[in-house]
Design a protein around this ligand. Structure first.
Ligand code: TPP
Ligand code: MG
Length: 346
């Protein structure tokens, strides 16, 4: 719907009518989440975070799909969904706390309808389908969306989630961000067909969307969620995008991919095309762009300041939220760890 040069194109099946204000809002989201991400990478490089998984390049896929959600919809993320977290009103400092190792994310999934981050590849797919089946049994006016990567489509859990969603006609949208890489494994080592085509074998529709086009991601996800809410079952969306950074800050992508690939994808940058479209169509002027840049810098400063001020947790607190109710094994492990800590002097 928006070419890399910022030209608007119509699509026969998916259309979207956005007001200038909505477009400015999407642009603001894209810029701010990129800024949060940049600050987080810098914080990790300065030793303030243990690790960080950058969303660089995937902003449109996350903001487009994230803004398609209604308040009642429930989202299940991986570890890279900082843009979706932003759309769900989760304070970015919570995300940093998780990667700093001082909390488990610390947000209430029920308050934001945004589940905690999941590191175990694909396990959130099963949680999402189970949740969607719950929505179905409650006859609630809501849908579930689950995020996962291209690599995750090779995982058993993900394939099982497709089967359950299909046979129970669960109101779930499978949002796969195909960023072309699963750490150092390229997509061609994961699949011999385009990923969206996998869906038909499970019995539900699959579409591929330009994952660097925020309008298209919004339009397609909105439609898929509406269909799910109205009882039409699951849908698979392959957002075709690119991981412009490293897998995480622990990874060095220059070891396994050529620089030319990144250069080609830079020309398809998800933010530049919106900016160019807005300029050309007088949806925003230089003053607006400058104000957003200033807001982004202020947000970066604020996030950094509050991250550094996060208190170190009391070591035994790690056991507090493993189970909702007291658990014998937790009590045992807590006691063992307390005894270990007491072995230190001072
Ligand atoms: C069950 C499981 N197996 C292996 C890993 C190690 N691991 C972490 S990220 C990753 C690759 C994931 O690639 P993809 O699904 O494409 O997501 P991306 O990181 O590209 O967003 C792997 C294998 C894990 N976290 N969980
Ligand atoms: Mg990937």
């Amino acid at each position: 719907m928006l070419t890399p040069e910022g030209e608007r194109v119509e699509h026969p099946d998916y259309d979207i009518d956005l007001t200038p204000e909505e477009i400015r809002g999407l642009y603001r989201d894209l810029v701010l989440v990129r800024r949060i991400d940049l600050e987080a990478v810098a914080l990790q490089r300065q030793g303030e975070l243990g690790i960080w998984a950058s969303l660089l390049g995937q902003e449109a896929a996350q903001i487009g799909s994230g803004r398609a959600l209604t308040e009642a919809d429930m989202a299940f993320p991986t570890y890279r969904e900082h843009g979706v977290a932003w759309c769900r009103g989760v304070d970015p400092v919570n995300l940093l706390g998780l990667f700093r190792g001082v909390n488990h994310g610390g947000w209430d999934p029920a308050e934001h309808n945004f589940h905690l981050y999941t590191i175990v590849i694909g396990s959130q797919n099963l949680h999402a389908v189970g949740y969607a089946m719950g929505i179905q049994r409650d006859s609630a006016e809501a849908a579930t969306i689950v995020y996962f990567g291209d690599g995750a489509t090779s995982q058993g859990d993900v394939n099982e989630s497709f089967i359950w969603a299909s046979v129970f006609n669960a109101p779930v949208v499978f949002f796969c961000q195909n960023n072309q890489w699963a750490i150092s494994e390229p997509l061609e080592k994961q699949s011999r067909i385009p990923l969206y085509r996998r869906a038909s074998g499970f019995g539900f529709p699959g579409v591929r969307v330009d994952g660097n086009d925020v309008f298209a991601c919004l339009a397609v996800t909105r439609k898929a969620l509406a269909d799910a809410r109205s009882g039409q079952g699951p849908m698979f969306i392959e957002a075709f995008t690119y991981r412009m950074g490293a897998h995480t800050t622990s990874d060095d992508p220059t070891r396994y991919r050529v620089a030319a690939e990144l250069e080609a994808w830079k020309l398809k940058d998800p933010i530049e095309r919106v900016r160019s479209y807005m300029f050309k169509n007088q949806i925003a002027d230089q003053e607006f762009f400058d104000a957003i840049d200033a807001e982004a810098d202020e947000l970066g400063r604020d996030v950094r300041k509050r991250c550094l001020a996060l208190p170190d947790p009391e070591p035994l607190a790690i056991f507090d939220h493993v189970y909702a109710e007291p658990h014998r094994l937790m009590d045992e492990e807590r006691a063992q760890f307390a005894a270990y800590l007491e072995g230190f002097e001072g």
